[in-house]
Ligand binder design. Structure first.
Ligand SMILES: Cc1cc2nc3c(=O)[nH]c(=O)nc-3n(C[C@H](O)[C@H](O)[C@H](O)COP(=O)(O)OP(=O)(O)OC[C@H]3O[C@@H](n4cnc5c(N)ncnc54)[C@H](O)[C@@H]3O)c2cc1C
Length: 324
């Protein structure tokens, strides 16, 4: 007798777009990660909300992924339903931009620059979606999401959709109240050895963001955005990466500390600490989550041992992390 795949009733409810046992590596910027039990790609905020509601109805764990630029998915993959968010419609009216959460932040920034609107040039060329950027309060070159977000439309744990003001998100450096607790030590408790089934953002889903922009000078904004794109191109190493692995400790730079600990170029399996920028870990070919996690632990240990600084993860560890 052929056994039914797990979550087959949920798959039927989601519809023909749902696929079983899909490798997540291609859905992450690090190109690492095992299979999702079930995966669906959604193209609108309405489809996104529907998929989450169905997962809840079937008591399945679920996780929304944007571009997968800020996560390390375990080699064992993720249980339940993974929803890849490609809801990307954007409406610009006067100085207000309403963007669905799967829109690419860089594309939204480009659109604001082309419209002569300021406030988002820092996001020029920044990988990831609007939803991921809100969760992690993405920022660069002196700006961040908290500066421009007026409000966001959120699917709540009770199934209602509400518009929440900027203050509700409790933004902090590279975080908000929706960012899951992560870190080698700080992962959600899995003391009984079971897989964490914690959904994204502790159960809230961002459907849309409303950004408030300023009137600006189109030529000056273009020049500023181009300069930032060029700075990214020259300072960021090429290759599959999650961007900055660790947060910068107050008054210092994680990359500088890792370099000072003599770890530039250090390699475990297919994962390497970049020679160019030590806070960027690169998949130089065939890296596993186990390799990357080993490198994370090694960097944390060596920086603590040699320099007395505890590096805190910026990236989120998803799925059950096997011991490195
Ligand atoms: C080369 C490179 C450079 C980078 N440079 C920067 C930089 O300068 N500054 C910076 O801040 N970051 C940077 N990053 C990190 C990354 O681009 C940002 O964190 C980005 O905002 C993540 O968006 P994402 O769509 O990829 O999120 P994902 O990685 O897909 O998701 C991140 C978290 O958000 C949750 N999530 C995603 N969408 C939603 C949603 N709609 N509702 C609820 N939860 C959601 C996910 O479940 C997960 O917990 C860089 C990454 C790379 C690869």
């Amino acid at each position: 007798m052929v056994s039914q795949p797990k979550w087959s009733a949920l798959a039927t409810a989601v519809g023909p777009a749902a696929r079983h046992q899909v490798a997540l590596a291609p859905y992450t910027s690090m190109r690492v990660g095992g299979p999702a039990d079930l995966l669906v790609v959604v193209e609108s905020a309405k489809e996104l909300a529907r998929a989450v509601r169905l997962a809840r109805q079937h008591s399945a764990p679920w996780r929304v992924l944007g571009a997968g630029c800020n996560v390390l998915v375990s080699d064992g993959g993720l249980r339940g339903l993974v929803i890849i968010n490609r809801a990307a419609s954007v409406v610009l009216e006067n100085r207000e931009m309403e963007a669905e959460s799967g829109a690419k932040l860089a594309a939204v920034a480009e659109r604001s620059v082309n419209g002569g609107l300021g406030g988002l040039t820092w996001a020029a060329g920044l990988p990831g979606t609007v939803g991921g950027a809100v969760v992690g309060n993405a920022g660069a070159y002196g700006g961040d999401v908290a500066d421009v977000l007026r409000s966001a439309v959120v699917l709540e744990p009770d199934g209602e959709v509400r518009e929440r003001p900027q203050s509700w998100f409790e933004f902090r450096y590279r975080g908000s109240k929706l960012k899951g607790v992560s870190g080698i030590e700080g992962q959600r408790p899995q003391t009984d050895g079971r897989e964490s089934s914690a959904p994204s953002g502790a159960d809230w889903v961002i459907l849309k963001a409303i950004l408030e922009l300023d009137m600006g000078d189109a030529i000056a904004l273009r020049a500023e955005a181009d300069e930032i794109i060029e700075r990214r191109r020259t300072s960021h190493p090429p290759g599959p990466t999650m961007g900055s692995t660790f947060k910068n400790p107050p008054g210092d730079h994680a990359g500088r500390l890792i370099e000072q600990a003599g770890l530039k170029g250090h390699r475990i399996g297919g994962a390497q600490i970049s020679e160019q920028h030590a806070n960027f870990f690169i998949n130089v070919g065939g890296a596993t989550a186990h390799d990357v996690r080993g490198l994370i632990q090694h960097a944390q240990m060596e920086v603590a041992r040699k320099l007395g600084v505890r590096l805190e993860l910026e990236v989120e560890l998803l799925g059950r992390q096997e011991t490195a």
